[in-house]
Design a protein around this ligand. Sequence first.
Ligand SMILES: O=C(O)CCC(=O)c1ccccc1C(=O)O
Ligand SMILES: [Mg+2]
Length: 383
Amino acid sequence: MIDDDPRGESPVRAMRHRSFALDLIRPLGTARGAIRRREGFLIAVERGSDGDSAGGDRGGAVGLGEATPLPGWTESREACAAALDGVGGQGGSESPLEVLDAASTPAARHGISLALADAAARDAGARLADRLADAAGVTATPADAVPVNATVGDGSPDETAAEARRAVDSGFDCLKLKVGARDVDADIERVRAVREAIGDAVSLRADANGAWDRETARRALDALAAFDLAYVEQPLPADDLDGLAALRERGPTDGAGGAVRIAVDESVAARGVDAVLDADAADAVVLKPMALGGPDRALAAALRAQRAGVDPVVTTTIDAVVARTAAVHVAAATPDVPPCGLATGSLLDEDLASDPCPIADGQIAVPTGPGLAGGAFEDLRRW
Ligand SMILES: O=C(O)CCC(=O)c1ccccc1C(=O)O
Ligand SMILES: [Mg+2]
């Protein structure tokens, strides 16, 4: 097929979606409550045939997408389902990406956008990462592997330290620890226990999921400065961009070393990456393709962040394997990407298909194409 539609925006010839529900092995404790189960939609599309195909009825490759909403970052499951149903009823005359709004239904838009991009990449015989990079004007060749962090949930100091130690023993050299689910003094003891268990050579991040007010955040950051954290993610509520900017500007405090770097996640989902960059609210931005309306939009946000001198960290919302693999391609297309929150497949008790992205030595492998993962998801393409 002639590759005249690099962004996969041709009309949809056929589209279907089905729902799924996947339990986590055990609840992931966060400051916003535990995540126990993920419910979403698997999407398959066939793009419209090219105008030049004489037969008039020739379809392209079947592309796969996933929409796994998580309120707080995306629309509700109901709103996602309604948006996907609306696309199905459209009749295929215009691109569904024009009618799906990235701000109000990012997960639905992610699912359709990914399915179209996978189909287009398969038709072109190219890896998704290469197609995303080309469309975004990235000249560097996408990576074959991406550094990742292990994700460690809330738990007692002993439980948390043991889980951190297991992650390091299995090859991770960057960990992200959930904080903010208990009071600051308890979290300080957890971080101390983890640092003692893993040693100084492992990079350590903490994610408060917006739990603290300004005064608590200052107290927490002052105390946590002793443990050499790479950054603290979302120490303040999503909308407090001024407070986040002020935390960054704060100089070293009495003898405690330099200020702790700030990453933002919920602020990106709530206000968009440009508002975060304009407010000077972050040293790093956490980019979840599911929350940003698609892999292409996530990569564009990553490149804008880099141009502003801010580190883009690509992560999942604990998605099933199709969306996780897409996020790996986004990270691969981002030049010099720092460790990303993509090692979340092991949190799930079951999955839609086996994972084509093995993790070793703290790096996740980027599948060879075409599309998302070559033949890896064949069973998912026919149902
Ligand atoms: O970043 C990671 O390590 C994994 C992803 C993660 O932590 C997460 C997963 C689901 C919902 C929210 C979050 C979060 O980063 O706050
Ligand atoms: Mg986060």
